[in-house]
Ligand binder design. Structure first.
Ligand SMILES: Nc1ncnc2c1ncn2[C@@H]1O[C@H](COP(=O)(O)OP(=O)(O)OP(=O)(O)O)[C@@H](O)[C@H]1O
Length: 445
């Protein structure tokens, strides 16, 4: 089994060069190292995790993906000692986690699971305040931390802090779950299918929020997901596991998409990998098209004239805070007289959205583009369909020249085949019968 280096990473991911990764941000996360870690559950003959060696660099988001039962959750839960390894060592910032009291360790590792798992009888405030109170923070500090976190996850403190979980939507509960995970400012955040239980639009929004939170906080985030697109979107690197937590590939999303290590990864990533590259790029990295803008209340005919002389097919109407309020064609602008806010939903994406998300919005749009907004939803420009399609072509060309980096683990086809030969000579599946493994049993704390 190959072992990843523990030296500092030189970022190579496409996003690593963007503004999101500016050098002056300080990393508050900690490095996690798995050294030859094996976990065999009581009563099982085959290990759920077999000799896993891996370095998770400080301040990065590492996504664990792989087929059901391959050992993702087991690997995750060994980091906060909800499961204990049978052998091998896990260190956080060089310290063996077994040298710490379990409860103490867990107070310094955020843990977010599907649905937020909030305590139903506690208010939002009490749910978030749980660990800070256990750590003995004074009342004032706890109260301001609760409000700060609610703000961070996009919930108004005044409106939500006294509510109970049943008074929140699924997405809001999930946000509170993230706030609770971050409450004591832990260097490490573990997430197990955090956005699995919400609808696709809420999921996209929560993913975007997690990315902007991470831009600010630079935690080490380890996240289990079933969804390769989510892994590509959120991960600085992705760990693709096969049964027994055998590493099929560990690399940046860009490198995995450009050069899948073997046929297993190829199948797992899917055939449309150049399209998936769209999830690596942010709208902010493309050129936006200038547009003729007018204000709500302005004269439509005048705006249409300005647009015509600028060879534009429409006018973007902004409200008093420069937020898009309507997108009208020239004839419509002339016909309405005074420009007003539209009652229809506008095709708007945030500048942090992925090209994938932008493309989705464009396909549903009637203008051949989408409006892009920045801070406080202020209008920035128009992203045109042609700009995205040209970019896809460039990406496809560049994808073929991706480099691997020092953390990357790419076993050869032979190595992977060797491990499957071992499987076959053992007692059937490496895990024994799936039927005798009840994930709810065992050492779950
Ligand atoms: N508490 C347990 N006792 C016994 N076996 C277990 C226990 N928890 C998990 N297993 C077994 O260990 C293996 C790995 O399980 P794990 O939950 O880590 O996989 P996973 O990749 O997270 O799966 P999924 O994607 O389905 O959640 C599986 O074969 C599972 O049945």
């Amino acid at each position: 089994m190959s072992t990843a280096s523990t030296e500092a990473a030189e970022p190579r991911d496409a996003r690593d060069t963007g503004e999101a990764r500016s050098a002056d941000r300080s990393v508050s996360g900690a490095e996690i190292v798995f050294d030859d870690v094996t976990k065999t559950y009581p009563g099982q003959t085959a290990p759920a995790v077999d000799s896993l060696s891996l370095t998770i660099p400080a301040g990065q988001v590492v996504m664990f993906v792989g087929p059901s039962g391959c050992g993702k959750t087991t690997s995750l839960k060994m980091i906060n000692r909800l499961h204990e390894p049978t052998s091998g060592t896990i260190t956080i910032d060089g310290e063996d986690i077994r040298s710490k009291d379990e409860t103490e360790l867990r107070r310094h590792i955020g843990y977010v699971i599907q649905g937020g798992s909030l305590f139903p009888h506690m208010s939002v405030r009490d749910n978030i305040a749980l660990v800070p109170r256990l750590l003995g923070w004074d009342k004032k500090r706890v109260a301001s931390r609760v409000d700060e976190l609610l703000d961070l996850v996009g919930l108004s403190p005044e409106r939500y802090r006294d509510r109970y979980p049943r008074e929140l939507s699924g997405g809001q509960q999930q946000r509170v779950g993230v706030a609770r995970g971050l409450a004591a400012d832990p260097p490490v955040l573990l997430m197990d299918e955090p956005f699995g239980a919400v609808d696709p639009i809420t999921r996209q929004r929560l993913q975007d929020e997690l990315m902007s939170i991470q831009e600010e906080l630079q935690k080490t985030i380890v996240c289990v997901t079933h969804d390769i697109d989510e892994a590509i979107k959120l991960g600085d690197r992705i760990l693709i596991l096969q049964e027994g937590a055998n590493i099929a590939q560990y690399d940046t999303p860009a490198n995995i998409l450009a050069a899948p290590a073997n046929s297993f990864v190829e199948d797992f990533v899917g055939s449309d990998s150049s399209l998936k590259q769209l999830a690596l790029m942010r709208v902010s990295e493309l050129d936006l098209h200038d547009a003729v803008t007018a204000r709500v209340g302005d004269d439509g005919a005048e705006a249409a004239r300005a647009a015509r002389s600028a060879r534009q097919g429409g006018v973007i109407v902004l409200d008093d805070k420069r937020r898009p309020a309507a997108w009208v064609g020239l004839r419509e602008a002339e016909r309405v007289g005074t420009l007003r806010a539209s009652s229809r939903d506008l095709e708007v994406v945030d500048h942090r959205a992925t090209l994938n998300d932008a493309l989705d919005s464009m396909l549903a749009a009637s203008h051949g583009g989408v409006l892009v907004t920045g801070r406080r939803d202020e209008f920035l420009g128009v992203l045109e369909f042609d700009t995205v399609t040209e970019h896809i072509q460039t990406l496809t060309r560049e994808a073929r020249t991706g480099e691997s980096d020092e953390y990357a683990i790419t076993p050869s086809e032979d190595e992977l085949q060797d491990s499957s030969v071992e499987d076959d000579t053992g007692s059937g599946s490496k895990h024994g019968s799936e039927d005798d493994a009840d994930p709810s049993r065992g050492e779950q704390a």
